[in-house]
Design a protein around this ligand. Structure first.
Ligand SMILES: [Zn+2]
Ligand SMILES: [Zn+2]
Length: 161
């Protein structure tokens, strides 16, 4: 804090300075009850290291302030980015896991339907024994003309002819 000077006598070497509520800086000699620069009735704040941070900031080097703020802002950005990456990685793992499970369940459902179909096939001869009039065909479908001809030992012709 050594860049300023008294706005009235322009000394830089006074032992004490104060800033007025009208925004002028005065050395201890130039401080009057009314501002010696603009004549306004004003209050004074002594320029010392004990000023509040929001007052002190007006006497700091703006370039250093920006550098320190940028450093702070970049820390915040890195912190939030790290947080975001953690969450993203978690949901990517979760998504991959769920996709794997879905594939498994789909395969199991397919195998189950295959087993049900096979079970139905295996049960069929028994039911046919109980009802001997039904056709002995490998599927549940009603035999078509082509199959009937074949079973009857007739010369097989395409149903289209
Ligand atoms: Zn002065
Ligand atoms: Zn003033």
């Amino acid at each position: 804090m050594d860049w300023f000077h008294c706005n009235q006598c322009f000394t830089k070497s006074a032992s004490k300075f104060a800033v007025s509520s009208c925004g002028h800086i005065c050395c201890e000699v130039c401080i009057k009850s009314q501002c010696s620069i603009c004549g306004a009735s004003c209050s004074y704040l002594a320029i010392t290291d004990e000023m509040k941070p929001q007052e002190k900031v007006f006497f700091k080097d703006p370039v250093k302030l920006i550098q320190s703020e940028l450093g702070h802002v970049s820390q915040i950005a890195v912190f939030q980015q790290t947080q975001m990456e953690g969450v993203t990685a978690h949901f990517k793992r979760k998504s991959a896991e769920l996709e794997r499970r879905l594939k498994e369940v789909t395969e199991q459902a397919y195998q189950l339907s295959e087993l049900r179909r096979e079970t139905a096939e295996l049960k069929k001869p028994l039911s046919q024994r109980r009802t001997p009039t039904s056709f002995s065909t490998p599927t549940t479908q009603t035999p078509n003309v082509f199959q009937l001809q074949f079973m009857a030992g007739l010369p097989v012709q395409s149903p289209r002819h």
